[in-house]
Design a protein around this ligand. Structure first.
Ligand code: ZN
Length: 490
Protein backbone atom coordinates (compact mmCIF):
# COMPACT_ATOMS: atom_id res chain seq x y z
CA UNK A 1 0.00 0.00 0.00
CA UNK A 2 2.83 2.34 0.88
CA UNK A 3 4.38 1.72 -2.48
CA UNK A 4 1.08 2.63 -4.10
CA UNK A 5 0.89 5.97 -2.27
CA UNK A 6 4.43 6.84 -3.34
CA UNK A 7 3.55 5.95 -6.93
CA UNK A 8 0.39 8.00 -6.78
CA UNK A 9 2.37 10.98 -5.52
CA UNK A 10 4.82 10.59 -8.36
CA UNK A 11 1.92 10.42 -10.77
CA UNK A 12 0.27 13.50 -9.33
CA UNK A 13 3.46 15.44 -9.77
CA UNK A 14 3.55 14.32 -13.38
CA UNK A 15 0.14 15.71 -14.21
CA UNK A 16 0.45 18.72 -16.42
CA UNK A 17 -2.91 20.35 -16.93
CA UNK A 18 -2.51 21.54 -20.46
CA UNK A 19 -3.81 20.20 -23.70
CA UNK A 20 -1.10 22.21 -25.45
CA UNK A 21 1.57 19.83 -24.27
CA UNK A 22 -0.08 16.81 -25.81
CA UNK A 23 -2.93 18.11 -27.93
CA UNK A 24 -3.86 14.90 -29.74
CA UNK A 25 -4.70 13.03 -26.58
CA UNK A 26 -7.61 13.81 -24.37
CA UNK A 27 -7.30 11.85 -21.16
CA UNK A 28 -10.25 10.81 -19.10
CA UNK A 29 -8.60 10.93 -15.76
CA UNK A 30 -8.97 8.74 -12.76
CA UNK A 31 -10.46 11.73 -11.03
CA UNK A 32 -13.37 12.09 -13.37
CA UNK A 33 -12.07 15.26 -14.92
CA UNK A 34 -10.76 15.80 -18.38
CA UNK A 35 -7.13 16.65 -18.05
CA UNK A 36 -4.22 16.54 -20.35
CA UNK A 37 -1.22 14.70 -19.16
CA UNK A 38 2.27 14.40 -20.40
CA UNK A 39 3.12 10.78 -21.01
CA UNK A 40 5.81 9.57 -18.65
CA UNK A 41 7.09 6.22 -17.51
CA UNK A 42 5.06 5.17 -14.51
CA UNK A 43 1.79 7.02 -14.69
CA UNK A 44 -1.37 5.23 -13.64
CA UNK A 45 -3.56 3.74 -16.37
CA UNK A 46 -5.48 6.37 -18.30
CA UNK A 47 -8.25 5.62 -20.76
CA UNK A 48 -8.69 7.95 -23.69
CA UNK A 49 -9.78 8.48 -27.26
CA UNK A 50 -7.70 10.12 -29.93
CA UNK A 51 -9.02 13.28 -31.48
CA UNK A 52 -8.49 11.83 -34.96
CA UNK A 53 -10.96 8.99 -34.28
CA UNK A 54 -14.27 9.50 -36.01
CA UNK A 55 -16.08 6.48 -34.61
CA UNK A 56 -14.63 6.31 -31.07
CA UNK A 57 -15.09 2.54 -31.09
CA UNK A 58 -11.50 1.98 -29.97
CA UNK A 59 -10.62 3.02 -26.45
CA UNK A 60 -6.93 3.50 -25.70
CA UNK A 61 -5.15 2.82 -22.44
CA UNK A 62 -1.68 3.72 -21.28
CA UNK A 63 -0.09 3.41 -17.86
CA UNK A 64 0.04 1.09 -14.90
CA UNK A 65 -3.16 -0.58 -13.71
CA UNK A 66 -3.97 0.58 -10.16
CA UNK A 67 -6.65 0.66 -7.49
CA UNK A 68 -9.04 2.87 -9.44
CA UNK A 69 -8.74 1.08 -12.78
CA UNK A 70 -11.94 -0.91 -12.25
CA UNK A 71 -13.93 2.27 -11.60
CA UNK A 72 -12.29 4.00 -14.54
CA UNK A 73 -13.14 1.16 -16.92
CA UNK A 74 -16.73 0.92 -15.77
CA UNK A 75 -17.12 4.65 -16.02
CA UNK A 76 -15.65 5.08 -19.49
CA UNK A 77 -17.48 2.04 -20.92
CA UNK A 78 -20.81 3.09 -19.40
CA UNK A 79 -20.44 6.48 -21.05
CA UNK A 80 -19.23 5.01 -24.33
CA UNK A 81 -21.24 1.88 -25.13
CA UNK A 82 -20.00 2.07 -28.74
CA UNK A 83 -16.53 0.89 -27.68
CA UNK A 84 -15.64 -2.51 -29.12
CA UNK A 85 -11.86 -2.58 -28.70
CA UNK A 86 -9.41 -1.69 -25.99
CA UNK A 87 -6.09 -0.72 -27.54
CA UNK A 88 -3.31 -1.19 -25.00
CA UNK A 89 -0.50 1.12 -26.06
CA UNK A 90 1.78 0.71 -23.09
CA UNK A 91 0.66 -1.13 -20.00
CA UNK A 92 3.73 -2.32 -18.15
CA UNK A 93 1.88 -3.96 -15.30
CA UNK A 94 -0.42 -3.54 -12.34
CA UNK A 95 0.16 -2.31 -8.81
CA UNK A 96 -3.13 -3.83 -7.66
CA UNK A 97 -3.60 -7.35 -8.98
CA UNK A 98 -6.92 -7.93 -7.20
CA UNK A 99 -8.44 -4.95 -8.97
CA UNK A 100 -6.69 -5.89 -12.22
CA UNK A 101 -8.36 -9.30 -12.37
CA UNK A 102 -11.82 -7.87 -11.61
CA UNK A 103 -11.32 -5.03 -14.12
CA UNK A 104 -10.25 -7.61 -16.69
CA UNK A 105 -13.32 -9.72 -15.99
CA UNK A 106 -15.37 -6.58 -16.60
CA UNK A 107 -13.73 -6.26 -20.05
CA UNK A 108 -14.63 -9.84 -20.92
CA UNK A 109 -18.15 -9.44 -19.54
CA UNK A 110 -18.69 -6.51 -21.91
CA UNK A 111 -17.33 -8.54 -24.85
CA UNK A 112 -14.57 -6.04 -25.60
CA UNK A 113 -11.66 -7.00 -27.88
CA UNK A 114 -8.08 -6.17 -26.97
CA UNK A 115 -5.36 -4.98 -29.30
CA UNK A 116 -1.73 -3.91 -28.97
CA UNK A 117 -1.02 -1.21 -31.57
CA UNK A 118 2.13 -0.63 -33.54
CA UNK A 119 5.15 -0.35 -31.26
CA UNK A 120 2.98 -1.16 -28.24
CA UNK A 121 4.17 -2.90 -25.10
CA UNK A 122 2.12 -4.85 -22.60
CA UNK A 123 3.59 -6.81 -19.71
CA UNK A 124 2.91 -8.53 -16.42
CA UNK A 125 -0.54 -7.53 -15.12
CA UNK A 126 -1.07 -5.76 -18.45
CA UNK A 127 -0.71 -9.13 -20.16
CA UNK A 128 -3.40 -10.54 -17.85
CA UNK A 129 -5.70 -7.71 -18.86
CA UNK A 130 -4.91 -8.25 -22.54
CA UNK A 131 -6.06 -11.87 -22.18
CA UNK A 132 -9.54 -10.64 -21.22
CA UNK A 133 -10.21 -9.55 -24.81
CA UNK A 134 -12.80 -11.65 -26.61
CA UNK A 135 -10.70 -11.21 -29.73
CA UNK A 136 -7.06 -10.56 -29.10
CA UNK A 137 -4.77 -9.15 -31.75
CA UNK A 138 -1.58 -7.16 -31.99
CA UNK A 139 0.53 -5.37 -34.54
CA UNK A 140 3.57 -7.41 -35.50
CA UNK A 141 5.85 -4.90 -33.75
CA UNK A 142 4.05 -5.24 -30.41
CA UNK A 143 5.70 -6.80 -27.36
CA UNK A 144 4.08 -8.95 -24.72
CA UNK A 145 5.95 -9.61 -21.48
CA UNK A 146 5.50 -12.11 -18.66
CA UNK A 147 7.25 -12.79 -15.37
CA UNK A 148 6.83 -14.18 -11.90
CA UNK A 149 5.51 -12.35 -8.85
CA UNK A 150 6.86 -12.09 -5.35
CA UNK A 151 5.21 -11.53 -1.96
CA UNK A 152 7.28 -10.41 0.97
CA UNK A 153 10.56 -12.30 0.74
CA UNK A 154 8.99 -15.25 -1.02
CA UNK A 155 8.66 -15.70 -4.76
CA UNK A 156 5.69 -17.34 -6.46
CA UNK A 157 7.33 -20.71 -6.99
CA UNK A 158 8.09 -20.99 -3.23
CA UNK A 159 4.38 -21.54 -2.68
CA UNK A 160 3.09 -25.09 -3.26
CA UNK A 161 1.09 -25.48 -6.45
CA UNK A 162 -2.20 -25.96 -4.57
CA UNK A 163 -1.70 -22.85 -2.44
CA UNK A 164 -4.37 -20.13 -2.36
CA UNK A 165 -1.91 -17.55 -3.78
CA UNK A 166 -1.92 -19.32 -7.15
CA UNK A 167 -5.62 -20.01 -7.25
CA UNK A 168 -6.91 -16.56 -8.15
CA UNK A 169 -4.67 -16.49 -11.22
CA UNK A 170 -5.43 -20.06 -12.24
CA UNK A 171 -9.18 -19.41 -11.92
CA UNK A 172 -8.76 -16.30 -14.01
CA UNK A 173 -6.99 -18.11 -16.86
CA UNK A 174 -9.61 -20.86 -16.82
CA UNK A 175 -12.30 -18.22 -17.11
CA UNK A 176 -10.46 -16.58 -20.02
CA UNK A 177 -9.96 -19.99 -21.68
CA UNK A 178 -6.20 -19.69 -21.53
CA UNK A 179 -4.39 -22.96 -20.78
CA UNK A 180 -3.37 -22.91 -17.08
CA UNK A 181 0.09 -24.03 -18.20
CA UNK A 182 0.50 -20.42 -19.19
CA UNK A 183 0.61 -19.42 -15.52
CA UNK A 184 3.41 -21.87 -14.62
CA UNK A 185 5.29 -20.96 -17.77
CA UNK A 186 5.15 -17.24 -16.85
CA UNK A 187 6.44 -17.89 -13.33
CA UNK A 188 9.45 -19.72 -14.73
CA UNK A 189 10.04 -17.38 -17.66
CA UNK A 190 11.51 -14.52 -15.63
CA UNK A 191 11.82 -13.46 -11.99
CA UNK A 192 9.57 -10.79 -10.50
CA UNK A 193 12.05 -8.00 -11.13
CA UNK A 194 12.82 -9.13 -14.66
CA UNK A 195 10.64 -9.58 -17.74
CA UNK A 196 10.46 -12.17 -20.52
CA UNK A 197 9.19 -11.09 -23.93
CA UNK A 198 7.05 -13.84 -25.37
CA UNK A 199 8.23 -15.49 -28.58
CA UNK A 200 5.80 -16.05 -31.48
CA UNK A 201 5.87 -19.78 -30.67
CA UNK A 202 4.92 -19.15 -27.04
CA UNK A 203 2.17 -16.77 -28.14
CA UNK A 204 0.75 -19.57 -30.30
CA UNK A 205 1.15 -22.26 -27.64
CA UNK A 206 -0.83 -20.32 -25.04
CA UNK A 207 -3.65 -19.02 -27.29
CA UNK A 208 -2.58 -15.47 -26.58
CA UNK A 209 -3.95 -14.20 -29.89
CA UNK A 210 -7.31 -15.39 -31.14
CA UNK A 211 -7.30 -17.02 -34.58
CA UNK A 212 -7.51 -14.54 -37.43
CA UNK A 213 -10.49 -14.60 -39.71
CA UNK A 214 -8.96 -14.84 -43.16
CA UNK A 215 -9.22 -11.56 -44.96
CA UNK A 216 -11.33 -13.08 -47.70
CA UNK A 217 -14.11 -13.67 -45.18
CA UNK A 218 -13.67 -10.30 -43.49
CA UNK A 219 -14.03 -8.53 -46.82
CA UNK A 220 -17.11 -10.51 -47.76
CA UNK A 221 -18.66 -9.79 -44.38
CA UNK A 222 -17.94 -6.09 -44.70
CA UNK A 223 -19.38 -5.83 -48.20
CA UNK A 224 -22.46 -7.73 -47.04
CA UNK A 225 -22.98 -5.69 -43.89
CA UNK A 226 -26.04 -3.42 -43.49
CA UNK A 227 -23.65 -0.49 -43.51
CA UNK A 228 -23.08 -1.08 -47.23
CA UNK A 229 -26.82 -0.89 -47.85
CA UNK A 230 -27.05 -3.81 -50.28
CA UNK A 231 -24.76 -2.08 -52.81
CA UNK A 232 -27.53 -1.01 -55.17
CA UNK A 233 -26.24 0.76 -58.29
CA UNK A 234 -26.26 4.52 -57.72
CA UNK A 235 -26.07 3.95 -53.99
CA UNK A 236 -22.95 1.85 -53.57
CA UNK A 237 -20.26 4.41 -52.84
CA UNK A 238 -19.10 2.57 -49.74
CA UNK A 239 -18.36 -0.57 -51.71
CA UNK A 240 -16.56 1.50 -54.35
CA UNK A 241 -14.45 3.14 -51.68
CA UNK A 242 -13.51 -0.19 -50.13
CA UNK A 243 -12.49 -1.66 -53.50
CA UNK A 244 -10.54 1.45 -54.49
CA UNK A 245 -8.62 1.71 -51.26
CA UNK A 246 -7.83 -2.01 -51.51
CA UNK A 247 -6.52 -1.54 -55.07
CA UNK A 248 -4.55 1.46 -53.83
CA UNK A 249 -3.04 -0.54 -50.96
CA UNK A 250 -1.71 -3.21 -53.31
CA UNK A 251 -0.57 -0.59 -55.83
CA UNK A 252 -2.51 -1.81 -58.86
CA UNK A 253 -1.78 0.13 -62.06
CA UNK A 254 -4.49 2.51 -63.23
CA UNK A 255 -6.02 3.16 -66.63
CA UNK A 256 -6.20 6.87 -67.42
CA UNK A 257 -4.87 7.61 -63.98
CA UNK A 258 -7.96 6.39 -62.12
CA UNK A 259 -9.62 3.27 -60.74
CA UNK A 260 -13.09 4.77 -61.34
CA UNK A 261 -14.63 4.25 -64.74
CA UNK A 262 -18.18 5.54 -64.75
CA UNK A 263 -20.69 4.96 -67.50
CA UNK A 264 -24.27 5.74 -68.42
CA UNK A 265 -26.89 3.15 -69.22
CA UNK A 266 -30.57 3.04 -69.83
CA UNK A 267 -32.62 1.35 -67.11
CA UNK A 268 -34.65 -1.40 -68.79
CA UNK A 269 -37.58 -0.98 -66.38
CA UNK A 270 -37.95 2.81 -66.33
CA UNK A 271 -36.07 3.61 -69.56
CA UNK A 272 -34.36 6.36 -67.59
CA UNK A 273 -30.70 7.12 -68.00
CA UNK A 274 -28.63 6.05 -65.01
CA UNK A 275 -25.00 5.98 -63.94
CA UNK A 276 -22.78 3.14 -62.86
CA UNK A 277 -19.11 2.88 -61.99
CA UNK A 278 -16.72 0.06 -62.75
CA UNK A 279 -13.69 -0.03 -60.49
CA UNK A 280 -10.63 -1.45 -62.17
CA UNK A 281 -6.86 -1.65 -62.22
CA UNK A 282 -4.25 -4.03 -63.51
CA UNK A 283 -0.97 -5.82 -62.88
CA UNK A 284 1.53 -5.72 -65.72
CA UNK A 285 2.61 -9.13 -67.01
CA UNK A 286 6.18 -10.41 -67.04
CA UNK A 287 6.42 -12.03 -70.48
CA UNK A 288 3.24 -11.07 -72.36
CA UNK A 289 2.47 -7.65 -70.99
CA UNK A 290 0.52 -6.73 -74.15
CA UNK A 291 -1.84 -9.71 -73.72
CA UNK A 292 -4.56 -9.45 -71.10
CA UNK A 293 -6.61 -11.66 -68.83
CA UNK A 294 -9.66 -9.93 -67.32
CA UNK A 295 -10.60 -11.11 -63.86
CA UNK A 296 -14.04 -9.74 -63.05
CA UNK A 297 -16.91 -9.89 -60.60
CA UNK A 298 -19.90 -7.63 -60.07
CA UNK A 299 -19.97 -5.75 -56.77
CA UNK A 300 -23.47 -4.31 -57.06
CA UNK A 301 -26.55 -6.02 -55.66
CA UNK A 302 -30.20 -5.10 -55.21
CA UNK A 303 -29.79 -2.37 -52.58
CA UNK A 304 -32.74 -1.47 -50.38
CA UNK A 305 -36.24 -2.46 -51.49
CA UNK A 306 -39.26 -1.24 -49.47
CA UNK A 307 -36.97 -0.41 -46.58
CA UNK A 308 -35.40 -3.87 -46.52
CA UNK A 309 -31.67 -4.25 -47.15
CA UNK A 310 -30.70 -6.95 -49.61
CA UNK A 311 -27.14 -7.64 -48.49
CA UNK A 312 -26.19 -10.07 -51.24
CA UNK A 313 -23.54 -11.83 -49.18
CA UNK A 314 -23.30 -14.62 -51.72
CA UNK A 315 -24.48 -12.53 -54.70
CA UNK A 316 -21.94 -11.09 -55.05
CA UNK A 317 -19.97 -9.98 -52.00
CA UNK A 318 -18.38 -13.42 -52.37
CA UNK A 319 -17.13 -12.84 -55.93
CA UNK A 320 -15.98 -9.31 -55.07
CA UNK A 321 -13.97 -10.46 -52.05
CA UNK A 322 -12.43 -13.20 -54.20
CA UNK A 323 -11.53 -10.62 -56.83
CA UNK A 324 -9.70 -8.52 -54.22
CA UNK A 325 -7.78 -11.47 -52.83
CA UNK A 326 -6.71 -12.51 -56.33
CA UNK A 327 -5.64 -8.97 -57.14
CA UNK A 328 -3.41 -9.06 -54.11
CA UNK A 329 -2.04 -12.48 -55.00
CA UNK A 330 -1.00 -11.30 -58.45
CA UNK A 331 0.31 -7.97 -57.24
CA UNK A 332 2.70 -10.00 -55.06
CA UNK A 333 3.39 -12.69 -57.67
CA UNK A 334 3.77 -11.06 -61.04
CA UNK A 335 1.86 -12.99 -63.71
CA UNK A 336 3.12 -13.77 -67.23
CA UNK A 337 0.17 -11.97 -68.86
CA UNK A 338 -1.12 -8.62 -67.77
CA UNK A 339 -4.20 -9.09 -65.59
CA UNK A 340 -7.02 -6.57 -65.36
CA UNK A 341 -9.07 -6.73 -62.17
CA UNK A 342 -12.53 -5.35 -62.81
CA UNK A 343 -15.28 -4.89 -60.23
CA UNK A 344 -18.36 -4.39 -62.39
CA UNK A 345 -21.36 -2.27 -61.43
CA UNK A 346 -25.01 -2.61 -62.56
CA UNK A 347 -24.85 -6.33 -63.27
CA UNK A 348 -28.16 -6.88 -61.53
CA UNK A 349 -29.81 -4.29 -63.81
CA UNK A 350 -28.67 -6.05 -67.00
CA UNK A 351 -24.89 -6.64 -67.11
CA UNK A 352 -24.32 -2.95 -67.82
CA UNK A 353 -20.84 -2.68 -66.29
CA UNK A 354 -19.40 -5.52 -68.33
CA UNK A 355 -21.27 -4.39 -71.45
CA UNK A 356 -19.68 -0.98 -71.11
CA UNK A 357 -16.30 -2.61 -70.54
CA UNK A 358 -16.33 -4.56 -73.80
CA UNK A 359 -17.73 -1.56 -75.73
CA UNK A 360 -15.10 0.79 -74.26
CA UNK A 361 -12.22 -1.54 -73.47
CA UNK A 362 -9.19 0.02 -71.75
CA UNK A 363 -6.97 -2.12 -74.02
CA UNK A 364 -7.64 -3.40 -77.57
CA UNK A 365 -10.32 -6.07 -77.42
CA UNK A 366 -8.23 -8.46 -79.54
CA UNK A 367 -5.52 -8.40 -76.84
CA UNK A 368 -7.95 -9.73 -74.22
CA UNK A 369 -7.29 -13.45 -74.31
CA UNK A 370 -9.55 -14.65 -71.53
CA UNK A 371 -12.11 -13.49 -69.00
CA UNK A 372 -12.71 -15.03 -65.59
CA UNK A 373 -15.97 -14.22 -63.85
CA UNK A 374 -17.05 -15.02 -60.27
CA UNK A 375 -20.69 -14.75 -59.34
CA UNK A 376 -22.04 -16.51 -56.21
CA UNK A 377 -19.30 -18.75 -54.93
CA UNK A 378 -19.75 -19.05 -51.16
CA UNK A 379 -22.32 -21.76 -50.50
CA UNK A 380 -23.62 -25.04 -51.78
CA UNK A 381 -25.11 -27.88 -49.76
CA UNK A 382 -23.55 -30.42 -52.12
CA UNK A 383 -20.08 -28.83 -51.92
CA UNK A 384 -20.37 -28.36 -55.66
CA UNK A 385 -18.99 -25.54 -57.81
CA UNK A 386 -19.65 -25.11 -61.51
CA UNK A 387 -17.00 -24.15 -64.02
CA UNK A 388 -18.89 -22.61 -66.90
CA UNK A 389 -17.50 -21.96 -70.37
CA UNK A 390 -15.34 -24.92 -71.30
CA UNK A 391 -18.01 -26.25 -73.67
CA UNK A 392 -17.59 -23.33 -76.12
CA UNK A 393 -13.90 -22.95 -75.20
CA UNK A 394 -12.78 -26.58 -74.74
CA UNK A 395 -9.09 -25.75 -74.96
CA UNK A 396 -9.15 -24.81 -71.25
CA UNK A 397 -10.92 -27.92 -70.07
CA UNK A 398 -7.96 -30.32 -69.50
CA UNK A 399 -6.15 -27.77 -67.41
CA UNK A 400 -9.17 -27.03 -65.25
CA UNK A 401 -9.89 -30.75 -64.91
CA UNK A 402 -6.38 -31.51 -63.72
CA UNK A 403 -6.64 -28.94 -60.93
CA UNK A 404 -10.22 -29.88 -60.09
CA UNK A 405 -8.92 -33.34 -59.13
CA UNK A 406 -6.76 -31.82 -56.36
CA UNK A 407 -9.63 -29.77 -54.90
CA UNK A 408 -11.73 -30.72 -51.90
CA UNK A 409 -14.76 -29.58 -53.88
CA UNK A 410 -17.03 -31.34 -56.29
CA UNK A 411 -16.10 -29.50 -59.47
CA UNK A 412 -18.75 -29.79 -62.18
CA UNK A 413 -18.85 -28.58 -65.76
CA UNK A 414 -22.04 -27.39 -67.42
CA UNK A 415 -24.56 -24.60 -67.89
CA UNK A 416 -22.61 -23.72 -71.03
CA UNK A 417 -24.29 -25.95 -73.62
CA UNK A 418 -27.39 -24.41 -75.24
CA UNK A 419 -28.49 -27.90 -76.30
CA UNK A 420 -28.44 -29.31 -72.76
CA UNK A 421 -32.05 -28.78 -71.68
CA UNK A 422 -31.42 -30.34 -68.25
CA UNK A 423 -29.65 -27.20 -67.07
CA UNK A 424 -30.12 -23.42 -67.29
CA UNK A 425 -27.85 -21.82 -69.84
CA UNK A 426 -25.52 -19.40 -68.02
CA UNK A 427 -23.35 -18.06 -70.84
CA UNK A 428 -25.35 -14.81 -70.87
CA UNK A 429 -26.62 -14.63 -67.28
CA UNK A 430 -23.69 -12.85 -65.67
CA UNK A 431 -20.77 -10.56 -66.62
CA UNK A 432 -19.28 -13.28 -68.81
CA UNK A 433 -22.13 -12.63 -71.30
CA UNK A 434 -20.75 -9.49 -72.97
CA UNK A 435 -17.33 -11.14 -73.33
CA UNK A 436 -18.93 -14.24 -74.85
CA UNK A 437 -20.86 -12.07 -77.29
CA UNK A 438 -17.56 -10.59 -78.46
CA UNK A 439 -16.09 -14.06 -78.88
CA UNK A 440 -13.66 -13.62 -75.98
CA UNK A 441 -13.09 -16.94 -74.19
CA UNK A 442 -14.48 -16.83 -70.67
CA UNK A 443 -14.74 -19.04 -67.63
CA UNK A 444 -17.31 -18.39 -64.91
CA UNK A 445 -17.32 -19.87 -61.42
CA UNK A 446 -20.74 -20.10 -59.83
CA UNK A 447 -22.86 -22.43 -57.73
CA UNK A 448 -26.46 -23.48 -58.36
CA UNK A 449 -29.13 -21.06 -57.10
CA UNK A 450 -30.16 -21.41 -53.47
CA UNK A 451 -33.30 -20.57 -51.45
CA UNK A 452 -31.91 -17.13 -50.50
CA UNK A 453 -31.11 -16.15 -54.10
CA UNK A 454 -32.20 -12.52 -54.64
CA UNK A 455 -33.90 -12.51 -51.25
CA UNK A 456 -33.16 -10.29 -48.26
CA UNK A 457 -31.91 -13.44 -46.51
CA UNK A 458 -28.81 -13.70 -48.70
CA UNK A 459 -26.81 -12.89 -45.56
CA UNK A 460 -23.35 -13.74 -44.35
CA UNK A 461 -24.78 -16.22 -41.79
CA UNK A 462 -26.07 -18.33 -44.64
CA UNK A 463 -22.77 -18.64 -46.45
CA UNK A 464 -20.25 -21.43 -45.99
CA UNK A 465 -16.78 -20.05 -45.20
CA UNK A 466 -15.01 -23.35 -45.76
CA UNK A 467 -16.62 -23.92 -49.14
CA UNK A 468 -15.89 -20.32 -50.12
CA UNK A 469 -12.22 -20.57 -49.20
CA UNK A 470 -11.89 -23.82 -51.11
CA UNK A 471 -13.45 -22.23 -54.19
CA UNK A 472 -11.08 -19.27 -54.08
CA UNK A 473 -8.13 -21.60 -53.63
CA UNK A 474 -9.24 -23.55 -56.71
CA UNK A 475 -9.77 -20.38 -58.73
CA UNK A 476 -6.34 -19.06 -57.83
CA UNK A 477 -4.64 -22.29 -58.85
CA UNK A 478 -6.53 -22.31 -62.17
CA UNK A 479 -5.66 -18.72 -63.04
CA UNK A 480 -2.05 -19.26 -62.00
CA UNK A 481 -1.78 -22.30 -64.23
CA UNK A 482 -3.57 -20.86 -67.25
CA UNK A 483 -1.48 -17.70 -67.02
CA UNK A 484 1.71 -19.80 -67.10
CA UNK A 485 0.68 -22.46 -69.58
CA UNK A 486 -1.77 -20.62 -71.75
CA UNK A 487 -3.17 -23.29 -74.09
CA UNK A 488 -3.09 -22.56 -77.80
CA UNK A 489 -6.24 -23.07 -79.77
CA UNK A 490 -6.47 -26.61 -81.04
ZN1 ZN B 1 -24.82 -12.01 -59.24
Amino acid sequence: MKKYIVRLLIVLTLIVVTTLVFPEILFLSAFGQKIAMKVEGDQVAQFYFKKSQSLKDTLYVKGVIYSNTLNDIQDVLDKNPQVTTLAMEEVAGSIDDEINLVASQEIRKRKINTYIPKGGMVASGGTDMFLAGVERNAHHTAKLGVHSWSGGDQVALDFPADQEEHKKYLDYYVEMQIPTDFYWYALKAASADDIHWMTPEEITTYNVFTPQTPELLTLQEKLASDEFGGRGTGNNRKAQKLIKSFFESIALEKFENTFDHSFEFSDEMTLESRNGTNIMGYVKGKSHSDKYIVVGAHYDHLGIIDGIIFNGADDNASGTAALLMLARHFSKNQPEHSIIFAAFDAEELGLHGSKYFVEHPPVPLEDIKLNFNFDMISRNPKNEIYVVGTKPYPVFRPLVEALAKTSRLKVSFGHDDPNDTSKDYWMFSSDNGPFHEKGIPNITFSEEDHPDYHKSTDDIENTDPEFFQNVVELIQSIIDKIDKEFPNKS
